[in-house]
Structure formats: C-alpha cells, structure tokens
Design a protein around this ligand. Structure first.
Ligand SMILES: [Fe+2]
Length: 245
C-alpha cells in the first residue's frame, strides 16, 4: 500500500508528446489568464511539470465570453510572439475553444465557424445547473456536421451524480469524455471527486485536461502525484498524445 501512496513528480505523468487539451491561457479573453505576463507565467509553470504542448481553449459563451474565432487566433498569435521574444523554445501552443452547448454555438455550427482541437474533435461544455433541453439534438448535429464532441469535465455536472446512467447515454450518443485532473482531488468537492473515480473505474473517460485558469490550480496539481493515480490514468495521458501536431 505504501508503494501506491508514494508521491511522485508530475514529470512522471506528463511525458514527451503529452498535449493539454483544456486550459484558459490566452490573455484577457475569459476567466483565465488576465494578461500576457500571467499567460507566460502559467505556461512556464506547466512546462516545469513536463507539459510542453498546449491546445488552449478559451470559453466561447454567449454574451459572457463572446470570443470569435478571429479574436482567439489573434490572441494566440500574440502569445506565440511573446514566447519567441522571450526565447522560450520548448513550449508549443495552439488554440481551439471550449464551446458552451447553447443557441450561439448551434449558429456557429451552421456557419462551420468552429475551432477544432485536431482532427475535428471539439471541446464542449454545458451549464453546471442543468443540461440544455436539446442536448441530444445538439450532439447529433455536431456529428452530422462532421465533428466529434469531447465533453469537458463530465464529473463536474452535479445533476448527473445521482443519475449515473446518463453518462452511458451520452457516450452512446457519440460524446467523448475529458477528465479534469483536479477532479481527482477535492478541489471541486467530494461529489465530483467520487464521480470521477467511478467514471474512471467504468472506463468512460477518453482524455484528460488540466483546465488551468490560474496559478492556484497549478499549486494544487501536484496533489494528484501518486503512483496509484498514475496507474489509473496512464492510458488517458497516452490518449492525449494523439493531439500532438
Ligand atoms: Fe474550461
């Protein structure tokens, strides 16, 4: 037992080719990094954990974060330029988005104005209070348009905790699942932690992400660093390598 509780560094988790597919690292466009210095500081801290490849995913959320593809691309270009200016060469960053499943998103789908993670995978989320009424229609439409939906942090939707069969229904509807690594700690509450353990046990996850918004998330991340956790999610960490460009 002692063997499994042993703390290990995050560099054992994030080996060469790992890509973080969920984070909020572009400056000043959502509730993540507030300015360029913060963006760079977060990237450097994550690189110290072994995370060197990023597809960062700012929120696209109605009038709260109405980020157009154009704005996201401009911000990404600015970050790339800053990395170059600071001669930081071992970090590779691309951008997609975390799309709220709502009416605005449906319109973007119609226009095919979608930023994909890679190979037509798109990161989507829903409200923490309830699923959209047309959830399954939206999931169908996404796939009809040729995209593959990856649902961000399914374990964080509390309304599913007592309705576990819905997770199977979502998977059956073609939804892939992305685990937030901090869900394995008590950061988002015990219910989220327990549900993530159950989803892991039932092998329902496909990918992982850090969902980094700020330094505090990165202070907490080493808490997942045990041999036991690594053994449980190693296959998912490997799956993320498919997003390497
Ligand atoms: Fe997120």
């Amino acid at each position: 037992m002692l063997f499994f509780k042993k703390k290990i560094p995050l560099t054992d988790f994030f080996t060469d080719g790992f890509v973080d597919i969920h984070s909020h690292l572009l400056p000043g466009i959502d509730d993540g990094a507030k300015d360029m210095d913060t963006s760079i500081a977060l990237l450097l801290k994550m690189a110290s954990f072994g995370i060197k490849n990023f597809i960062t995913t700012p929120h696209v959320l109605g009038s709260v974060y109405p980020n157009s593809s154009e704005v996201i691309k401009q911000k990404l270009a600015a970050v790339k330029k800053e990395l170059e200016k600071r001669e930081i060469k071992d970090i590779s960053i691309q951008a997609a988005a975390e799309y709220m499943l709502d009416g605005e998103f449906s319109a973007l789908l119609d226009q095919k104005d979608i930023l994909v993670l890679k190979d037509n995978y798109i990161l989507v989320e829903m409200s923490y209070f309830s699923a959209p009424i047309n959830l399954y229609e939206l999931l169908f439409k996404i796939q009809l348009k040729g995209y593959k939906p990856v649902l961000a942090h399914p374990e964080r939707y509390n309304f599913y905790h007592t309705d576990f069969k819905s997770y199977y229904k979502l998977k059956q509807a073609g939804c892939l699942f992305q685990l937030n690594l901090l869900s394995l700690t008590d950061q988002y509450g015990k219910g989220v932690q327990k549900t993530s353990e159950k989803l892991l046990k039932e092998n329902l996850y496909d990918f992982v992400g850090t969902d980094t918004h700020h330094q505090n998330h990165l202070e907490l991340l080493p808490k997942i660093g045990t041999k036991k956790t690594l053994a449980k999610i190693k296959h998912l960490l490997n799956n993320n390598k498919k997003f390497l460009s």
